[in-house]
Write a protein that binds this ligand. Structure first.
Ligand SMILES: Cc1cc2nc3c(=O)[nH]c(=O)nc-3n(C[C@H](O)[C@H](O)[C@H](O)COP(=O)(O)OP(=O)(O)OC[C@H]3O[C@@H](n4cnc5c(N)ncnc54)[C@H](O)[C@@H]3O)c2cc1C
Length: 326
């Protein structure tokens, strides 16, 4: 790759990725591109492909293990795409200019937000709660960016991102910005069903409630999570997807890891949380290889004892693999 290459947006060579993830492990990206708009995102993806690399997309890094070492090729972060606004006209949501004055939405249009991919879940949730809009309380305590949340179908037993998604603007495999209706997407458990499309912007629809009611629900969900998750430590949320309850007898992945006596197991500074068997934490100086070895140990022990092969929920970016050449 040409190190003096001109990218169509802000770009950093050899950027450290660990501080951009909630686990705080991993090495550097050969290139980190920082588009600030959906169109810049599109051009960044096209430029990376023209350079021979399928770019990796980084949201809040809250469900990601970045390998140690140097990741070849291009990582694109949505960190600068933080726009959140109310569309004046939902049917023409892509035409709204968030830099300009957005006309006061009508009562019907008013129950919607447009969020670009880099808005944090927390900012979106706070904005909707303050208006007494219900729909995303299930995202309380779930870190990440809206683009990552849509791609991962973030959420849980109290609901999640796709409860509010009406339309999505994506950069498709041809490098074009394409609008998808909700009915064109097949979100499923921890998978937004968007394939290799990259989320640029989303139109979200809410239902009207009262501020105290929405606020109380979000607070209740947050407190419930804080009681059972090691929220003050560096982690990537749940490492494994929960298996089909008909196969696991209703036991979650965390309960299966716990039943193997693995809570508290350590490798260097990587630890299986003593609080939650599906949370693997970085105690300070963990390396990605320690976390990955501990994850593999848990997977192998659960498989040996129960015959259940746990599937990763967390995404792993291997340093030796360029996604353009798997
Ligand atoms: C303490 C804690 C609690 C958590 N609790 C929950 C929970 O209750 N429920 C839950 O579902 N998750 C939970 N998570 C995991 C995480 O919050 C979600 O998976 C979140 O949606 C990840 O979003 P992100 O922006 O950080 O994505 P990243 O971690 O940056 O990326 C995850 C994947 O999404 C892809 N991606 C990112 N942005 C885009 C985009 N714009 N377009 C296409 N693909 C993209 C990435 O390439 C990667 O494959 C938790 C994590 C932590 C640390």
């Amino acid at each position: 790759m040409n190190s003096s290459k001109l990218w169509p947006c802000a770009a950093l060579p050899h950027a450290s990725l660990a501080p951009r993830t909630t686990l705080h492990v991993g090495g550097r990206a050969e290139w980190l591109l920082e588009p600030a708009t959906p169109e810049e995102l599109r051009r960044a993806i096209v430029a990376a492909r023209e350079d021979g690399h399928e770019p990796r997309i980084l949201g809040g890094g809250a469900n990601l293990i970045v390998d140690d070492g140097v990741l070849p090729g291009v990582v694109i972060t949505t960190d600068r795409m933080k726009r959140l606004f109310r569309p004046a006209n939902a049917a023409a949501w892509l035409a709204d200019d968030p830099d300009g004055r957005v006309a006061q939405p009508s009562r019907e249009e008013g129950l919607r937000f447009v969020s670009w991919a880099g808005t944090t879940h927390q900012k979106l949730l706070s904005a909707s709660v303050e208006l007494g809009w219900s729909g995303l309380e299930g995202l309380a305590g779930v870190p990440g960016h809206v683009g990552g949340g849509v791609a991962m179908n973030a959420g849980g037993k109290w609901g999640g991102m796709w409860d509010a998604v009406e339309r999505v603007l994506v950069v498709d495999e041809r490098g074009e910005l394409v609008e998808l209706e909700r009915a064109q997407c097949q979100p499923r458990y921890r998978n937004g069903g968007l394939g290799r499309n990259v989320v640029a912007s989303v139109l979200l629809r809410f239902t009207l409630d009262t501020l105290p009611a929405v606020k109380e629900r979000a607070r209740e969900f947050l407190l419930a999570k804080n009681r059972v998750q090691p929220v003050t430590l560096w982690s990537a949320g749940c490492i494994f997807k929960n298996p089909d309850p008909s196969v696991s007898g209703g036991r979650t992945a965390g309960q299966l890891v716990d039943a193997c006596g693995l809570k508290g197991a350590r490798l260097g500074d990587a630890e299986i949380s003593p609080l939650h068997g599906n949370f693997f934490v970085n105690r300070g100086n963990a390396r990605a290889r320690d976390l990955l070895a501990l994850i593999e140990r848990a997977r192998a022990e659960v498989a040996e004892r129960t015959g259940i092969v746990l599937e990763h929920e967390v995404k792993v970016w291997r340093a030796e693999l360029d996604p353009a050449r798997p």
